[in-house]
Write a protein that binds this ligand. Sequence first.
Ligand code: 26V
Length: 865
Amino acid sequence: MATKAPATKTAAAPKAAKTATKTTATKTTAAKAAPAKAAPVKAAPAKAASVAVDKAAVEQFKASVLNHLRTTIGTSQEKASKLAWWQAVVASCNEEIFGLLTDTQKTHAKNDTRAVHYLSAEFLMGRLTVNNLTNLEKFEVAREALKELGLDINEVCEEEPDMALGNGGLGRLAACFMDSLATCNYPCVGYGIHYENGLFRQEIQSGKQFERPDSWREYGCPWEVCRPESVQNIPLGGYVETQTAPDGTKSSVWHPATVIKAVPWDIPVVGYRKSSVAILRLWESRAAESFNWDVFNAGGYVDAQAEKSLTETISKVLYPNDSTEAGKELRLTQQYFFCAASLRDILRRYNRTHHHDYSEFAKKIAIQLNDTHPTIAIPELMRLLIDEEGLSFDAAWDITSKSFNYTNHTLLPEALEKWPVYLFEKLLPRHLEIIYMINHNFLTGVVDKIWPGNNEMKAKLSVIEEGDCRKVRMANLCVITSGRVNGVAKIHSQLVKDDLFPEYAQIWKDKFCNVTNGVTPRRWLLSCNRGLAALYNEVSGKDWALNLDSCSKLKAYADKKEYQDRFMQIKYENKVALAKTIKELVGVDVDPNAMFDVQVKRLHEYKRQHLNLLYIMSLYRALLENPDMDIPSQVFIFGAKAAPAYTLAKDIIYAINAVADKVNNDLRIKGKLKVVFLPNYRVSLAEKIIPAADISEQISTAGYEASGTSNMKLSMNGALTLGTMDGANIEIVDFAGIENNFIFGLSVDEVKELKKHYNPWDYYNGNQELKAVIDWLDTDYFTPGQPGALSSIKNSLLNLGDPFLVLADFASYKEAHQRAQQMYKDKARWAKAAIINSATMGNFSSDRSIHDYARDIWNLKSQKI
Ligand code: 26V
């Protein structure tokens, strides 16, 4: 039967934020209310929070919001919608933010500081209001001010659309890095694309994913500022003319066919405690009007408009990670468009002080390529320096090769970008020439010297892949040019060096390095888990969000009942809040006392959501056989978007929903098992799910997940990792202890070995339970009247060879779950493990990652403002 959420005041209270303002006395009461062992936890009394905020600051904030409501938004307190209130809150924040921004920029200009320029096609910023208020140390003040105005801050902040300008891990990493760069006072600019539509909004209808446009700024985004004074004109297409000077020297002149206008939108990124304010500059494409006058004057009004809409299409939409070939041309245009605009911007700023003397360029400018997406920046910088600034090829190469660095984020062959040469000929003919030159110099000057006459080696290392359709290999161009190439977790960096680029590593043994990813503790702990943040304030002092290592102080209390109870009480309250969200979103009742098992990430076969699903099905079968089985109640929570053209990924979403529907409504299993697929997983939803998780599913086939970052967020919030020895999981359990997590499955080496002779049928035939659940997929049990609706999963696991070894890891995965269930029954043991996980994640603050980049890659100094 469906279990009801406890109808207490706490159960009804939205969000964990309430707990943050509790006094110590209240917390002790809460701790006393928490139960000792296995007994269901009672909800803590939701005492009115006594808030120690500065009264004068509250009055000031109130006055500012009311003033903006009237003078900026143009409405009144009586008429204002929640959206209007939110806009007024943002306007109030901006008063302070723009002052801080000016101070930051003045300091950097005065000192002519070296800066890093982070080029990324994706910045998954999410919502900014709570984060900015937190970083301005104004959250409590704002909450109180809004409360006095009769408003709930959480409800007001819910008005903000997510800035979903990224697909997943890579984009969110860029956003965390911006937060850390600003907080740690490193001079920087983030450059990207001002997509009109971010990653699609996912709707689930009858269990199936449908993609809808995400118009995040339909009603404007009050955080961004347009900077018309920094507009750039970007040439595209056309042909290259070779000119011969009287002295016989040849030069290339590019005659582009079109010019696109790049309009910059700046989003200030506020460092924690008003450290510095960084700028994220996103480029929007517009038609360069002047260019269409000819067509226009000739009476081609409609044609002129059509041309306009084509150029404006460039920043229209973010590409979902997709396996399709379609739309390639537009994607390459997007990449070139934002890189060209960013480089012109970099050069413009540099020349304000250096007046076209490029001898200092590499000293002042570091450029980081976030994956291969911005690789085209390499030939574009060469082109700008040669064609527009008059430098020689060698001088331009010297500067370019000292300025760029490249981060690799995946080993998946299908994700390594290769662009057909014909596309370059059509869109970027001059860049192609430059790429050929770079490649020629590399092959003759480097490869030939080490492997004389070895044409096979040349073909392998060349930037150009020969064949029917010649292609430009972007990763090769990155490695050849960059000063440093890094992977994003120790194991991944090792594989980048040993398996992906072994010959390059032989040529340049010091080029390759590792910087393990991190996540910002301001968003992923302080803002999203105010209950736990308050506990850290008490135990580690108020600076823990600047120095996450100091959270390790809580470890000393991991055995203490009082702290175990308090920690688990906070977790419980977060679970109550999530249970309420689940009810609102999908109408399913879940019991906050059940174990919350969470897998949130993009849907991909290598991430193996289907392994999780097969286990859930086996658990369901076991419960049907024995409904009184002695296991804790469990809620399996999924959040995942599938690339629109990735059919099997979509089938897996459908299967999860079909199983959920059946399981959640089966009275026979007495509510012991619930399955929830939360639609439209995004940053703001992650912030609600992660603080409530008991188990963090990190179950990729070893060797495939470069790092993972949800593993860090979940562990930080006290979830135990149930995962493989892959990506950053390895480093996480190194810090948190293997005994406090549930590690299973094949290792990277075992995967490599097994892949040589893998036959999934052996596992299918050798494990009756596994066979039964796989065969269940073929029936219409979960899809009544539609037998075969889930068969594509079975087909991939058996007939298509199970490329990600799901069947090979199944038994071990099940056994890991059994260990987790055992431990969960021992509340004290579980609490201890949860505390240790959270308290030992200091290494996974993105501040640490950024310090690593600054020291090992960018040679960048922090600048006090
Ligand atoms: C791209 C594509 C494009 C073609 C179809 C298949 C496919 C699959 C994956 C990708 C994503 C590549 C880049 C990426 O997002 N990597 C993620 O980067 C995170 C930040 O470093 C890291 O934590 C994740 O492990 C890694 O998958």
